[in-house]
Design a protein around this ligand. Structure first.
Ligand code: FAD
Ligand code: SF4
Length: 331
């Protein structure tokens, strides 16, 4: 058993101070990932800073300029909020399709963004020592291993693990900002928040241990109002994505020409993957099945098959097209 210090913070500055000078300190929000990772020996923080009692961080604010979600808002509270469900479907759907009801009732928005990969080699240090994400320089057991669930985009010779979350895919599609407290405040675009593995897969985001996520802000847009999250997985609930798509659409007044389109993919890449080439190919085009399917073929351009995950290269464009045709009212 490993000892660690447990600190319950009353304010954000208290919490940050408790983590200062301890690079291996971790915040504890819902605990649904953190405690798991401590049990399997991946995380071994010297200090666990409980932030669950911090006041004022669980807000769900809906204004004319967009949505602001406090980092301690529960996944289920956001997913079930009637304003989010009706006006911004992709936000509700991407949360609602993640994890299980029990987990969503505990888990927070901030913790959801910071969850770590489900690569089984990463999560089993007692069995597999080769994992560059867990132990830099040790190698990657997945490259020659069971990699059916791994990424085909954004991979490197060091790591091919997928980013596992659903909600972040919607955030990347709709240009959200992650607001971080570091003494002052800074906003990080959701797309820049998740880092490609390169040769430093252990560095997953630009947030220092003393920085705390305060909120995520999603700007209002017509495409966000006409949006959808489609998740394909091995079973219908309580499962991570094999491939998923967060989409949004705004049409011109003629009702058929694409004015604005958003597409980001989950389950297939090392970070939530914005499909800008598909967006560019569809903008200004008439929305019909043939055009959508042709554009979506570009989703996996440059993808790499690692042996068992090659089926995702065929699957992902179909998931993207189905989501877009669905939100466009064609399927
Ligand atoms: C069996 C299972 C299935 C799951 N399936 C899915 C799924 O299908 N889709 C999906 O998206 N997710 C899934 N999840 C992941 C789940 O959504 C996350 O566990 C959850 O969102 C984490 O939130 P939390 O509040 O419990 O975070 P915690 O476990 O408390 O923290 C997670 C990490 O975030 C950090 N952190 C938390 N809050 C902050 C903050 N405000 N600022 C800075 N750092 C912070 C912690 O230090 C820690 O490193 C699943 C989890 C389990 C256990
Ligand atoms: S894919 Fe990444 S997380 Fe998985 S074993 Fe390789 S280095 Fe580790």
């Amino acid at each position: 058993m490993r000892n660690f210090e447990y600190v319950r913070a009353a304010t954000v500055p208290d919490a940050r101070e408790a983590a200062t000078g301890r690079p291996d300190a971790r915040f504890l929000a819902g605990g649904t990932t953190m405690v798991d990772l401590m049990k399997c020996g991946v995380e071994a923080p010297s200090t666990l800073v409980d932030i669950t009692r911090l006041p004022g961080l669980d807000g769900i604010e809906v204004g004319t300029d967009g949505v602001r979600l406090g980092s301690l808002a529960r996944m289920s509270d956001v997913a079930n909020d009637p304003r989010i469900r009706e006006e911004f479907p992709v936000l509700s759907e991407s949360l609602w399709r993640g994890a299980s009801e029990q987990l969503r009732n505990m888990a927070t928005i901030g913790g959801n963004l910071m969850q770590r990969t489900r690569c089984s080699y990463f999560r089993e240090p007692a069995t597999y020592s080769a994992c560059n994400k867990r132990e830099p320089g040790s190698g990657c057991a997945a490259l020659e291993g069971v990699n059916r669930g791994h990424a085909v985009l954004g991979t490197s010779a060091s790591c091919i693990a997928t980013y596992p979350g659903d909600f972040a895919v919607a955030l990347v599609a709709f240009d959200a900002q992650v607001v971080v407290e570091n003494g002052g405040r800074r906003g990080i675009s959701a797309d820049d928040f998740f880092l490609l593995p390169g040769d430093t897969p252990h560095i997953e985001h630009p947030v220092a241990p003393t920085e705390m996520i305060l909120a995520v802000e999603i700007p209002a847009s017509a495409a966000l109002r006409r949006s959808h999250y489609l998740k394909v997985r091995d079973r219908e609930s309580y499962e991570f994505a094999t491939a998923s798509a967060a989409v949004g659409l705004e049409l011109e007044d003629d009702g058929s020409t694409v004015r604005d389109v958003r597409l980001a993919m989950g389950g297939i890449a090392t970070k939530p993957w914005r499909a800008r080439a598909v967006e560019a190919a569809l903008t200004g085009q008439r929305l019909d099945e043939q055009t959508v399917r042709a554009a979506c073929a570009q989703v996996t351009e440059g993808a790499v098959d690692h042996g068992r995950n090659g089926f995702k290269i065929e699957l992902a464009p179909r998931v993207a097209a189905r989501a877009l045709l669905n939100v466009g009212g064609i399927l």
